[in-house]
Design a protein around this ligand. Structure first.
Ligand code: GAR
Length: 214
């Protein structure tokens, strides 16, 4: 699987995907990284790994559709057949989402469908949650929505700040995203009625990081 990764910033999830793809036998490789911000440190992470990294500033385009078309062109040019959004903080146009339907993942730092959007950890603490976590899901038109591939839970601890909680969740993200990508690249998932069915789940062959399913 030839993966294009979309980023907007730091790129720590990108780094975890790069490291996973470098392992012998991993069934995916990253062919391009696209950032909507030229100052994203993730672009450096990509370049250091020898991966083509492209900055396409959304501010250079008159419409969301025009920006998405430029991003799509960069992905096509690199030969990408799958997308991983990794801290990509732009809403996508319906046309782009439709074109990449079932071929695009996103990671979000909460147990979706709770706490979509921004300032997740602040809101988790504000709500007094005892557990938080992260979710890898297929991308649909609505933000942070779509069939869930994998989730990992982490505890919320007394004295947590948004920063300490974010760091704990991020550590789980770095394990979860490569696992989810591997399952998909191995062809072990299918989407049935907008829910993800994983081949072999419940037989012990799927890592325990995945939340149990009813
Ligand atoms: C990650 O925590 C990711 O889950 C989040 O942005 C961070 C990016 O960090 N994404 C979202 O909130 C998407 N709605 P990174 O650039 O170090 O990977």
């Amino acid at each position: 699987m030839k993966v294009g990764v979309l980023i907007s910033g730091r790129g720590s999830n990108l780094k975890s995907l790069i490291e996973a793809c470098a392992a012998p036998g991993f069934p995916a490789r990253i062919v391009v990284v696209v950032s909507n911000r030229a100052d994203a440190t993730g672009l450096e992470v990509a370049r250091e790994a020898g991966i083509p990294a492209v900055a396409i500033s959304h501010t250079d385009f008159p419409t969301r559709e025009a920006f998405d078309a430029a991003m799509d062109a960069a992905l096509q040019k690199a030969g990408a057949d799958f997308i991983c959004s990794a801290g990509f903080m732009r809403i996508l146009s319906d046309g782009f989402v439709d074109k990449w339907r079932d071929r695009q993942l996103n990671i979000h730092p909460s147990l979706l469908p709770a706490f979509k959007g921004l300032k997740v950890h602040e809101r988790v603490l504000e709500a007094g949650c005892r557990i938080s976590g992260c979710t890898v899901h297929f991308v649909r038109a609505a933000m942070d929505e779509g069939p869930i591939v994998a989730q990992a839970a982490v505890p919320v601890l007394p004295g947590d700040t948004p920063e300490t909680l974010a760091a704990r969740v991020l550590e789980a993200e770095h394990k979860l995203y490569p696992l989810a990508l591997r399952l998909i690249a191995e062809g072990r998932t299918k989407i049935v009625d907008e829910r993800v069915v994983i081949e072999g789940e419940g037989t012990g062959s799927v890592p325990p990081l995945f939340a149990p399913r009813a």
